[in-house]
Design a protein around this ligand. Structure first.
Ligand code: DLL
Length: 443
């Protein structure tokens, strides 16, 4: 099913390999221009900068960034729907929105040029995963107000791949399409990739029956163990892609062949990591909250936007040759961190323990509650078909082993319940992993 020779280079854009000096120079120019533009066009920013005693002329270098105030998700909600747009509405050619687990949705907008840049950064991500114009890119992220579907779509068309806009759902049909159309690159959430792998097996097929080579998975946290599981079951190499609608959508950062973190497209978004409690900027290598400043966006250029995602940055040289700063896989969001009897834990840390034991399937649900004024955590994990036929005694032994491992690794006491195969709801978009009965929310 080849489409002839590839015409794309290893990198999509020259900006991916600029020297640090060239990058900082470019960022400084774009930053000062953006700060002036938001000051002149967005009353919210004018007021914030005035209150902080900052004039656009004060911002000349990347180092001046820390003088600027932060922008929070609540600011987008307070200015709902279009209050933070920096361009007349006639120039806005696309709207997306993100719902979030709680609260009013946030609305984001794009000019024609913003969409062009989005296509470009999404193209960089696909190229880094090995895709080119000979590929068939099967997009199973949701199309609609969610940025996943259309974000990867514009990247796939930019690299002149054959784009297959399947969107989510109808999982068996997705497998049939992969077989018939020859899909070679799969784009979806990691949890949906796993569901597709499971459906493939249920249909009596193996990875050899489809043509997939690579996957570009993101929109939710996923562990290295989950990557290996997906790679094994689909017979592909699985790459991470990160983004958020407030900043652009998928493609803000992406993984290369080294698979050791995601390169941030810092010619468009300046990244900082801060202490989430004090707001202080942390040095490279220290874990904290990721903050982005858009330096080329026209419709919605956010300044020092607090993502709530927890990561670390590194500028160590990468074997792929890209010089773009790298972020580690986000382990979760500050607001998704569970506090169980005073111990902080992210759902992804529990996933890591479960999968590294090789004792459980990758389908789990965390149920948090409060009984007699004490937090409780129940970890429900699905058994594989083999385990399900084991004697009750053996199942109990396994539950005890998992409980002991979670306690010794993470320091939390949890009840572990092995549940029947296929009893945990499969996700088609972002997986729901936690039911917090204390707050009556699921995320
Ligand atoms: O999830 C955009 C996206 C679509 C990214 C497709 C990648 C692929 P939102 O719905 O606004 O946008 O959600 C953004 O999702 O702040 C993170 O908490 C989380 N997230 C996104 N990508 C990753 C990832 C899209 N690779 C929020 N790893 C972000 C961990 C991720 N978390």
């Amino acid at each position: 099913m080849g489409k002839g020779p590839s015409t794309v280079p290893k990198y999509w854009s020259k900006a991916e390999t600029l020297s640090r000096h060239e990058m900082k120079h470019l960022q400084a120019l774009r930053l000062s221009e953006t700060v002036r533009r938001v000051y002149e066009n967005v009353p919210f920013y004018k007021q914030k900068f005035d209150e902080a005693g900052i004039k656009p002329d004060d911002i000349r270098n990347v180092e001046d960034l820390s003088k600027l105030p932060f922008t929070y998700k609540q600011d987008l909600r307070d200015n709902y729907p279009y209050g933070l747009f920096a361009t007349p509405r006639e120039n806005v050619v696309r709207i997306h929105a993100s719902s979030g687990t709680t609260g009013k949705q946030t609305v984001v907008g794009y000019t024609e040029n913003d969409l062009k840049i989005w296509g470009e950064i999404s193209a960089r991500a696909l190229t880094a995963a090995g895709a080119d114009n000979r590929d068939y890119v099967h997009i199973s992220y949701g199309y609609g107000l969610f940025t996943g579907g259309l974000g990867l779509h514009c990247g796939a068309e930019t690299i002149h791949a054959t784009t297959i806009p399947v969107s989510v759902g109808n999982t068996k049909r997705q497998i049939q399409i992969m077989k018939d159309f020859g899909s070679t690159v799969l784009c979806c959430t990691p949890s949906y990739a796993l569901y597709l792998a499971e459906t493939l097996e249920d249909m009596g097929c193996t990875p050899a029956d489809i043509h997939l080579k690579y996957g570009v998975f993101g929109a939710e946290p996923w562990t290295e163990q989950m990557r290996r599981e997906i790679e094994r079951r689909l017979g592909i190499r699985a790459y991470d892609i990160y983004g958020l609608s407030e900043i652009m959508g998928p493609g803000v950062s992406f993984e290369c062949e080294e698979q050791t973190g995601m390169h941030i497209n810092e010619d468009h978004f300046i990244a900082e990591v801060i202490d989430p409690d004090t707001g202080e900027v942390l040095p490279d290598g220290e874990q904290g909250e990721l903050v982005f400043t858009c330096i080329t966006k026209e419709a919605l250029p956010l300044i020092r936007y607090r993502t709530r995602d927890i990561t670390t940055l590194t500028r160590k040289p990468c074997s792929c040759g890209r010089t773009l700063v790298k972020m580690t896989k986000p382990c979760g969001r500050t607001d998704d961190m569970l506090i169980i009897r005073g111990v902080n834990v992210f759902p992804s840390q529990i996933e890591s323990v479960l999968l590294s034991m090789g004792q459980a399937s990758p389908y789990y649900m965390l149920i948090v509650d409060r009984k007699d004024n004490l937090d409780t955590l129940e970890i429900q994990v699905e058994m594989t078909d083999d385990m399900f036929s084991d004697a009750v005694r053996k199942i109990e032994d396994r539950e005890n082993q998992i409980r002991a491992q979670v306690e010794s690794t993470l320091g939390i006491a949890a009840k572990v319940t092995l549940v029947e195969p296929k009893s945990i709801q499969r996700s088609q978009g972002k997986a729901v992993r936690v039911i917090d009965k204390r707050k009556e929310i699921a995320y």
